[in-house]
Design a protein. Structure first.
Length: 407
């Protein structure tokens, strides 16, 4: 999780994903429930989520009728969103109550299960700041690259529906597609003469965390800021360096957080450089002329209302009700309930499975602290247009008591 505008924005807490994800076996099923089953439904500010949903509607209304905006599991057509979106665009600044009525009138709601379990992993990501310069001088020696012209991205779903939503990146050598340069190769200068440089940073660690997030604000010496958005990746597998450090007993699991990881990397520059290069994944950027970065859904993300999901299972643009816990900014080891309406507008390279989500929290120190400590169990309910018929294979066979399963 800003990919994004396809990667995800890949989160800071990604450093812990290797430990937090208990299984790679996925089987999604949906259980119809009532809006009254959603814990805290009457207490949220649904009008804020409604505005985020309107942003998705802007996109839906530009698509052709039969364009698919669904997943390989649920093929929803753009025209199935149009009636809902046209109504949504006519509502100007609705109250929370009016927004609740809108969602209840136009959507059916479903509990999401993976292998008959309603809980999964919920993390968070934010918009980091990096100190940069237009020229290379002094400590500003770390290049922030734009997308290389020879980087090829293959939409695998064009070749088989089995791979709907999946992508493959590489470079063409002769007539064949090969893996693109790794992080280590790029750090050694393999891209020299092949790519332009947006700006020069003063920290490999800051650039690494910028890439984990997938976007960020570049801050120049004169105070000017530019929004950097995801513009592709080298396609190499993401390896959790947090997991590597825990496995080697360098950092205790109980002490691991994004802040702890960043502090260790800065305190051990030589070892830190080798550890970062153990993750071959590398992200490229572009300058965006807007306030918030784009998600995979090609719409600007809304802090605290946009969420990154696995679009193999969750259709982008869909409203989702969340029930999890979230760290306190002042006391991040303590948690408070988080029960809010979000909109699926992004994806992430490490976000895999039916119940896997990454909350976008925006910019600032509060968002950074919460994101760095956010690795919690949680669950969510998916809202789909009433005109959409759920495939029978996705419906839960056994009846589930939603009230007993709530967080």
């Amino acid at each position: 999780m800003i990919k994004r505008s396809f990667f995800c924005l890949v989160l800071l807490c990604v450093a812990l994903w290797g430990y937090a994800t208990p299984t790679t076996d996925y089987k999604m099923t949906l259980q119809p429930v009532s809006f009254t089953d959603l814990p805290g439904w009457e207490k949220d500010k649904e009008s804020e989520a409604f505005k985020a949903f309107q942003v998705s509607c802007h996109r839906f209304l530009t698509l052709r009728p039969d364009d698919s905006v669904g997943t390989s599991a649920m093929m929803i057509k753009a025209k199935q969103w149009w009636p809902i979106c046209r109504t949504a665009m006519q509502l100007k600044n609705p109250t929370d109550s009016q927004a609740r009525v809108f969602f209840q009138q136009h959507f059916n709601v479903y509990t999401v299960f993976n292998l008959q379990q309603p809980q999964g992993l919920v993390t968070a990501y934010y918009l980091p700041e990096v100190q940069v310069s237009h020229t290379r001088h002094g400590s500003f020696t770390v290049p922030i690259y734009s997308r290389p012209k020879d980087l090829i991205t293959v939409k695998m779903g064009l070749f088989s529906s089995v791979y709907k939503g999946r992508k493959l990146s590489g470079k063409v050598v002769g007539t064949e597609l090969y893996p693109y340069d790794s992080r280590e190769e790029i750090n050694k200068g393999s891209l020299k003469g092949r790519v332009s440089i947006i700006a020069w940073g003063n920290s490999y660690v800051d650039r690494f965390f910028l890439q984990i997030q997938g976007s960020g604000e570049a801050v120049f010496p004169d105070g000017k800021k530019e929004l950097l958005g995801y513009d592709g990746e080298n396609g190499r597998s993401y390896i959790s360096i947090g997991k590597l450090l825990v496995d080697s007993n360098t950092i205790a699991m109980k002490d691991m957080s994004a802040q702890t990881l960043k502090k260790w990397l800065n305190s051990h520059p030589k070892k830190g450089a080798a550890v970062m290069e153990a993750n071959p994944s590398f992200i490229f950027f572009r300058v965006l002329k807007q306030k918030n970065p784009n998600g995979t859904a090609r719409v600007p993300l809304t802090p605290w209302r946009s969420v990154a999901v696995d679009q193999h299972y969750i259709p982008l643009g869909s409203p989702m009700w969340f029930a999890t816990d979230i760290p306190l900014a002042k006391f991040p080891l303590l948690k408070q309930p988080f029960k809010h309406l979000m909109v699926a507008q992004d994806t992430g390279g490490a976000i895999r499975g039916p119940i896997r989500a990454d909350l976008y929290l925006g910019a600032g120190s509060k968002a950074e602290i919460i994101s760095g400590h956010m690795v919690n169990k949680g669950r969510y309910w998916l809202m789909l247009p009433k005109s959409f018929a759920i495939p029978k294979r996705l419906l839960a066979v056994e009846s589930v008591d939603s009230n007993k399963q709530q967080t």
